[in-house]
Design a protein around this ligand. Structure first.
Ligand SMILES: *[C@@H]1O[C@H](CO)[C@@H](O)[C@H](O)[C@H]1NC(C)=O
Ligand SMILES: *[C@@H]1O[C@H](CO)[C@@H](O)[C@H](O)[C@H]1NC(C)=O
Ligand SMILES: *[C@@H]1O[C@H](CO)[C@@H](O)[C@H](O)[C@H]1NC(C)=O
Length: 297
């Protein structure tokens, strides 16, 4: 009789508790049919925090001064909340990290006029797009103000962003080559050179990436598009990104949707990531409960 009660209790707890955990953790928002239930026990998730650096928040290229008037600082508490509540397997911080003679700076236009395609004496303004024929490759380039120069305060991550030193936390620098810009954290804009981001994710067997940060229409979009090209299941965490111009944000979002990137809100990420973990725990407990019930027979 005692044995029976114990057996029933253990069976009840081991089967039902995880079941409750799974059902509450994987509640899906009904308005987004694109989010699929996870059936794999091998999902490895990475959060990618793109360029949450001073230059884009309160520096020379502060997003708040651009046409969309979005404030880069807004993403900091949202990303921090994700970092504190969601068990990502791998966390990546990317850094725009330019030398002073970088091709992306308007201030360097005069030194590069011999490479301009078309009228080499034409007067350009900040934020104009030019085409340089070289010296490395022909490349289209927006003429940005000085930003994210290596080892300057502008290149530092925002002081309130949570950055832990753990074995699963990595920093990826991009835009180091003077002669080609790099919006994506995977490749430079002309796919001349890869950063080590893809090899880090592969080494950790990452299958799913959640992209956040600055700026939606440039480095965030470029990183997310390369991620899906490289076969990662890719999510854009929409409220954890801020951009430059409403027109390009809209254009890039359409391109991302068409290419198969899923848009989610930060409030949905925990269920997606930890849902997968709950499934793993549930399977382990299920087999444990079967074993126990046999032992008690
Ligand atoms: C779910 O299972 C099916 C069939 O085994 C598989 O083809 C599919 O890739 C799985 N989906 C995920 C998200 O792992
Ligand atoms: C560029 O601007 C300078 C100074 O404003 C002017 O003297 C020059 O003629 C302009 N060049 C062209 C090609 O418009
Ligand atoms: C990735 O998967 C391989 C093969 O299954 C495994 O040997 C390796 O330990 C995994 N790496 C990590 C970091 O889990």
């Amino acid at each position: 009789m005692f044995l029976n009660k114990t057996r029933l209790l253990i069976l009840y707890l081991t089967v039902n508790l995880p079941l409750i955990m799974v059902t509450t953790a994987s509640v899906q928002p009904s308005n987004d049919h694109k989010i699929k239930h996870k059936n794999s026990t091998k999902e490895i998730s990475s959060l990618i925090v793109v360029d949450v650096q001073n230059c884009f928040i309160n520096g020379n290229l502060a997003l708040i001064d651009s046409s969309a008037k979005q404030d880069g600082a807004d993403v900091v508490p949202i990303i921090n909340h994700l970092l504190q509540t969601v068990s990502f397997d791998v966390i990546i911080y990317t850094h725009d990290w330019h030398p002073t003679d970088h091709i992306s700076f308007y201030q360097n236009l005069n030194k590069r006029r011999q490479y301009l395609l078309g009228d080499q004496n034409k007067n350009y303004s900040l934020f104009d797009t030019v085409t340089y024929k070289g010296p490395l490759v022909q490349t289209e380039q927006v003429l940005w103000p000085l930003h994210c120069i290596q080892d300057t305060n502008g290149a530092k991550l925002h002081k309130d962003l949570i950055v832990e030193s753990k074995s699963n936390v990595f920093h990826v620098r991009k835009g180091l080559n003077s002669d080609v810009d790099s919006y994506s954290a995977f490749w430079d804009n002309n796919k001349q050179q890869k950063t080590d981001l893809d090899s880090i994710l592969r080494r950790w067997n990452v299958t799913h990436v959640y992209v956040t940060g600055l700026a939606t229409d440039y480095c965030v979009a470029a990183t997310a598009l390369d991620a899906i090209d490289l076969s990662y299941t890719t999510y854009l965490v929409e409220d954890a990104c801020r951009g430059v111009s409403l027109e390009t944000i809209d254009k890039k979002k359409q391109e991302m949707k068409q290419r198969g990137i899923t848009f989610v809100q930060s409030s949905q990420v925990k269920a997606l990531v930890d849902g997968a973990i709950c499934n793993r725990i549930y399977l382990i407990l299920m087999s444990f409960s079967i074993a126990v019930s046999f032992l008690l027979k």
